[in-house]
Design a protein around this ligand. Structure first.
Ligand SMILES: Cc1cc2nc3c(=O)[nH]c(=O)nc-3n(C[C@H](O)[C@H](O)[C@H](O)COP(=O)(O)OP(=O)(O)OC[C@H]3O[C@@H](n4cnc5c(N)ncnc54)[C@H](O)[C@@H]3O)c2cc1C
Length: 491
């Protein structure tokens, strides 16, 4: 339940952002209680600022009132990052979505954080440029949210994740100061604070502007499907492509059940009852692309269980294939009304082994698990499809999820490739970090935000989750609780 704010705080917020940009009615606040994860919590109030100066004033007010502050982009996050479990003020970037500057010569742009990812590439396409990180959510996720989560996407295999494409950010700190880290230049001297802020999930500060890198659109792209009898066969093809030192610009796996759902939803020509599909882009200079695509095709065809290749003959066909892949989660609603999307990473050499284990886990917990994956970089997205109305289903779904992530860790991988830790994966952090590692992270966080009230309850595990209740080895994991946040609200 939201806590009614004191009339004084409400009046001050009205004075800062304007009355129509403050939402405090229960029916309005309900819209802000979720992202694409399972947990829910309602903020006490939402503000929709138009510039950094307004955010500075909101943050100063929050500090003086002891209120939590949660920044919110498109709310497409899959780990509960935007769910305001301690209530407080939510800063919604819906009105800060502009491209402020495009510097063609230096291939850079200055943008506001609420800009939708795809809108940037669409706007600079006539200049022959694009913004490389392309999460499948790119129509609805924002540059600010992508920075906070260090988002990836199908084409990040060759071009790198969001962190490789951010040159600098303007940030509102917990003290209500406006600071700039990095900037327009390609490299900034001193400590790489941009690298720290990217992926900090809204816990270090609020990004109010970003200088992003743009890339030239490759002169030629060849897009094709490689079809296989089984996921194992597709995994073997991936290993041989990567083993040859070839890095296609995208290399995506779609398993049989996912391909069937995509075909029903998008009609892109996947054969019926196919075991697995690789969707491959090879991009670059025309001659090199032709040669590389031919080699990748041969390696796919040589894998045992290969069923042939299908090339996209036109730009429209290419777009259709990618539209289907990026719409995969929506299409999977044809299988079941609810899903829980796992995000784990495994060494590429262990792909086939872990995918077999994932299938076995689904069978053990009696849940349907399908899989899409940014398979080129070992980032698996097993998807547990279920109907929340089925009695007793949620513990089975959560049990299967735990075991899938455990299987990734046991194989030498990790707990998230791109969706962040948020609330969802706090409890898995001790699986990959020792208490001393978590302690370092907590100290870095405290250096940015000693009060712990920027997006509290995210990323770092609670003491119970970390299994450390002995005060002598106590780490400041529950950053924020000591600052007076309500312990009852921890989820
Ligand atoms: C269908 C679907 C497909 C997806 N595909 C991908 C994919 O391919 N790759 C991928 O990486 N992710 C993917 N995601 C997950 C999600 O889209 C990403 O995590 C994305 O980066 C979130 O952006 P957002 O604007 O929605 O952020 P939100 O969900 O609004 O917020 C995410 C986090 O960012 C913080 N935040 C938001 N704005 C700011 C700001 N200005 N300053 C500081 N912190 C801020 C929030 O507090 C929160 O912690 C997918 C999600 C869905 C639903």
């Amino acid at each position: 339940m939201p806590k009614p704010l004191s009339p004084g705080v409400l009046r001050e917020l009205w004075a800062i952002v304007g009355r129509d940009a403050v939402l405090d009615q229960p029916e309005d606040l309900l819209v802000y209680e979720y992202d694409a994860y399972l947990d829910r919590a309602v903020p006490d109030v939402v503000v929709q600022p138009v510039n950094a100066e307004q955010i500075v004033r909101v943050v100063r007010l929050a500090a003086s009132e002891g209120l939590a502050v949660t920044p919110r982009g498109g709310a497409t996050g899959l780990s509960g990052g935007v769910v305001p479990i301690f209530g407080g003020i939510m800063v919604d970037f819906a009105r800060m979505h502009h491209i402020l500057e495009v510097d063609v010569a230096n291939r850079a742009a200055l943008v506001e954080p609420g800009l939708f990812n795809l809108d940037l590439s669409t706007a600079v396409a006539p200049l022959g440029l694009y913004y490389a990180p392309d999460p499948s959510s790119q129509k609805a996720s924002t540059i600010g949210g992508n920075i906070a989560e260090n988002a990836g996407g199908p084409h990040c295999l060759a071009s790198g994740m969001t962190t490789n494409h951010i040159r600098g950010v303007e940030l509102v700190t917990r003290d209500g100061e406006l600071v700039q880290v990095g900037g327009q230049a390609a490299d900034a001297p001193g400590y790489d604070l941009v690298g720290l802020v990217v992926g900090s999930e809204g816990t270090f500060g609020i990004v109010t502007k970003a200088w992003v890198r743009l890339l030239p659109i490759p002169p030629r792209t060849v897009t094709f499907l490689a079809l296989f009898q089984t996921v194992d066969a597709a995994g073997a093809a991936v290993s041989s492509i990567i083993g040859q030192g070839i890095v296609p610009s995208a290399l995506e796996l779609i398993d049989g059940p996912s391909a069937a759902a995509l075909e029903r939803a998008f009609k892109v020509g996947y054969p019926p009852e196919i075991g697995a599909v690789l969707l491959i882009d090879v991009a670059g200079l025309a001659e090199a692309v032709a040669e590389e695509a031919a080699l990748v095709g041969k390696l796919c065809e040589a894998a045992p269980g290969a069923l042939g290749l299908r090339y996209a003959a036109t730009a429209a066909e290419r777009e259709g294939l990618w539209k289907a892949r990026k719409g995969a989660l929506a299409a999977l609603a044809l299988i079941a009304p609810n899903y829980y999307l796992c995000d784990g990473v495994v060494p590429r050499s262990k792909l086939a082994q872990v995918l077999r284990r994932v299938a076995a886990i689904g069978a053990e917990w009696e849940v349907l698990v399908t899989c899409v994956a940014h398979v080129g970089d070992g980032n698996l997205h097993p998807l547990i499809a279920f109907d929340v109305n089925e009695p007793g289903i949620l513990p089975r779904v959560e049990g299967a999820h735990d075991e899938i992530i455990r299987a990734c860790v046991d194989a030498g991988g990790t707990i998230t490739g791109e969706h962040g830790v948020g609330i969802e994966k706090r409890k898995y952090m001790p699986w990959i970090f020792a208490p001393a590692d978590l302690d370092r992270m907590a100290r870095v966080r405290a250096a940015f935000d000693p009060s712990g009230r920027f997006n509290p309850g995210k990323v770092l595990p609670t003491e119970a989750e970390a299994g450390t209740t002995d005060p002598s080895e106590s780490v400041p994991l529950r950053v924020g609780v000591s600052a007076g946040l309500d312990p009852e609200r921890w989820v």
